[in-house]
Design a protein around this ligand. Structure first.
Ligand SMILES: Cc1ncc(COP(=O)(O)O)c(C=O)c1O
Length: 376
């Protein structure tokens, strides 16, 4: 039987009555845009993270874009970020005419190397945008301290993969000036389409984000700034509300599945992303590092175990972002991108972890025997 890479079907079966009740409520009241579920979700998520404000938006990408717009970032400004992330992180910077300044990652965690940020700061640096990759918060204390030393540069945590994670007792999304998350279906907290949220405890940033999300309006047909159509649909908010019903259980399950994978991969001697002891990861992806990745992916696929690569090419080597440097400037990202491989992972994956690990073991043995010339 094929293992799902992200098991959304089991989750749906577990939450079916609540999801259907929530969808039905929206269909009955008919307020598809900015209906009551939007404010309800924002209150629930603000209180979950501890941030003063939560502003739901149309996607994780728009959460980042609106945040940068709220900070007034534009032409010729610089934003420090990582090249080892999904394209959206840098895309929003470039869309505003600003320049992404790529800082290399830490080989152990694959998060931005905080020790290399200070050297990249210039008079034009208007924000620092670390990504809490694979669901593990970046080194936010160190990054916030650097930002404070350089005139309180705003720090935006791209927490698209880390909603629910803890960092030294605080929640991801509430670790810096702004936190942005995504409710893309496969994310740790997902809806059934596109959605995202911005978190901040700064009243004026929150107000700017709320206005930008509705075409820059401070009141109906009064456009105080340039904005966009960036609202999250009421139906998608209703689905996230339903998913909150078992979210704490899912957080615990993800941590458990991640710990089982860690143990099994360590037993096999497989290199993996390391978790820091002062934070938890949501394991949005469970990622190992291997040589001969294509061959291993192929062997696993043949026995019904899907894998994925997050991410095969650092952004500074992508055609769209090549004018902002190259991965030869960020050798760790360059090396890691050739080796990372993610395994099936979701809150309902506990039953498949052993089988996946056995598959990885078999694929590695197959490679080793081919190398030594023995039949595999
Ligand atoms: C690190 C990161 N940033 C931003 C995004 C964008 O989120 P969305 O797909 O909701 O626009 C994603 C989603 O894949 C992501 O993984």
């Amino acid at each position: 039987m094929n293992i799902p890479f992200v098991d959304l079907k089991t989750q749906y079966q577990a939450l079916k009555p609540e999801i259907q009740r929530r969808i039905n409520d929206v269909l009955e009241h008919g307020q598809y845009i900015m209906g009551p579920e939007v404010a309800e979700l924002e209150e629930r998520l603000a209180s979950y993270t501890g941030a003063k404000h939560c502003i739901t938006v149309s996607s994780g990408t728009d959460a980042l874009l609106i945040s940068l717009m709220a900070l007034g970032i534009g032409r010729d400004d610089e934003v420090i970020t990582t090249p080892f992330t999904f394209a959206a992180t840098a895309e929003v910077i470039v869309l505003l005419g600003a320049k992404p300044v790529f800082v290399d990652i830490d080989a152990a965690t694959c998060n931005i190397d905080a020790g290399k940020i200070e050297a990249a700061i210039t008079a034009r640096t208007k924000a620092i945008m670390p990504v809490s990759l694979y669901g593990q918060p970046a080194d936010m204390d160190e990054i916030n301290a650097i930002a404070a030393r350089h005139g309180n540069i705003p720090v935006i945590e791209d927490a698209a993969q880390s909603f629910g994670a803890n960092y030294k007792g605080s929640k991801s999304c509430n670790l810096s000036t702004i936190g942005c998350t995504s409710f893309f279906p496969s994310k740790p907290l997902g809806c059934y389409g596109d959605g995202g949220a911005i978190f901040t405890s700064d009243d004026s940033i929150a107000q700017a984000c709320r206005e930008i999300r509705v075409h820059g309006q401070s009141k109906r047909y009064w456009h105080t700034r340039v904005g966009l159509g960036g609202r999250m649909d009421t139906l998608q908010c209703a689905i996230v509300l339903a998913k909150l019903e078992r979210f704490e259980w899912e957080v615990a399950q993800r941590i458990e599945v991640g710990a089982s994978y860690n143990r099994l991969m360590d037993e096999l001697g497989v290199d993996r992303v390391q978790q820091r002891s002062d934070r938890t990861s949501m394991f949005a992806q469970y990622t190992i590092l291997v040589e001969h990745r294509d061959k291993i992916q192929h062997s696993l696929q043949a026995i019904g175990i899907p894998t994925a690569v997050h991410y095969p090419v650092p952004l500074n080597d992508q055609p769209a972002y090549g004018s902002f440097g190259s991965s030869s400037d960020t050798p760790v990202s360059n090396a890691v991108a050739k080796r990372v491989m993610s395994l099936p992972m979701s809150a309902d994956s506990s039953q498949v972890v052993e089988r996946v690990a056995a598959g990885v073991r078999g694929a590695l043995l197959g490679l080793a025997s081919k190398k030594s010339g023995e039949p595999s």
